[in-house]
Design a binder for this molecule. Structure first.
Ligand code: ADP
Ligand code: UDP
Ligand code: MG
Length: 231
């Protein structure tokens, strides 16, 4: 059904602009400044966590971190932190999030890369990113890595809207008007990314309806299998 929706909804993606200095710095591929452990530079294990606004990505990431010891990188949290810092991007990020649009890839990928480089954990849960095919391509180009697997929390719109409106975290985008835009952006820009990873055989679709613990019981075996595979 969502495939059909993507045909009708048109939201223009911003063009890709990886500025010269960034691309010069980061085109050598991963792991670039990745932290060594005991003289060894472990290969990063990257999981993307996708789903619409309010589908429970952040909540489930908390449980995955507790159980499987990943480093949680929420792209939205990184952008909000940048927004309230003295950054040159602050007002641009605030306007973009306030309208429910997507921040230019270059900015988001730079924030993600900074966190990855400073982490001593090599297992990353990247939450709420990539939100568009352009985001995905920028990540591949700048970081030079692909995810090992991709989780998709599949949740009906009605439930997502209900959860977002009762989230109560004082976010500028948790209001009914911005939610409408975010849902439209999700359908037109994020679903193609989900479709892309499904075709690559990397997607794990999780039914995101139920209690937090019930949903985690669907998530758990995915990571157990991944750990087993890594042994
Ligand atoms: N399974 C669930 N059932 C009911 N509420 C949930 C569930 N999972 C998360 N929530 C609540 O819904 C809101 C959105 O969850 P969150 O994890 O922030 O979603 P996302 O990161 O996908 O936007 C939060 O207030 C959270 O406490
Ligand atoms: O890679 C990202 C992640 C987030 N955002 C912006 O940040 C907002 C909030 O994202 P977050 O993942 O925190 O929202 P959630 O889906 O968890 O409600 C999004 O609507 C976008 O405006 C973005 O531009 N790029
Ligand atoms: Mg979130």
């Amino acid at each position: 059904m969502w495939r059909r929706a993507t045909l009708f909804l048109r939201v223009l993606e911003p063009p890709i602009h990886i500025n010269a200095s960034l691309s010069q710095t980061f085109t050598t591929g991963f792991p670039f400044h990745f932290q060594e452990k005991d003289g060894i530079c472990p290969k990063p294990l990257i999981t993307f966590v996708l789903g619409g606004p309010g589908s429970g990505k952040g909540t489930q990431c908390g449980k995955i971190v507790e159980t499987f010891g990943f480093k949680h990188l929420s792209a939205g949290d990184l952008l909000r932190r940048e927004m309230v810092s003295d950054s040159e991007y602050g007002s641009m990020i605030m306007n973009t999030i306030g309208e429910g649009r997507i921040v230019p890839s270059e900015v988001t990928v730079k924030l993600i890369l900074r966190e990855m480089e400073s982490s001593d954990n090599h297992k990353f849960l990247i939450d709420g990113f990539p939100r568009s095919q352009e985001n995905r391509i920028a990540f591949e180009q700048i970081i030079g890595a692909e995810p090992h697997m991709v989780l998709f929390f599949d949740c009906p719109e009605e439930e997502m809207v209900k959860r977002v409106l009762s989230r109560n975290q004082g976010r500028i985008d948790d209001n009914i008007n911005t939610i409408k835009n975010r849902l439209q952006v999700f359908e037109s820009l994020n679903l193609p990314v989900i479709d892309y990873y499904a075709k690559k055989g990397k997607l794990y679709r999780i039914n995101a309806v139920g209690t937090v613990d019930e949903i985690f019981e669907h998530v758990r075996p995915v990571f157990e299998a991944c750990e087993h595979e890594a042994r």
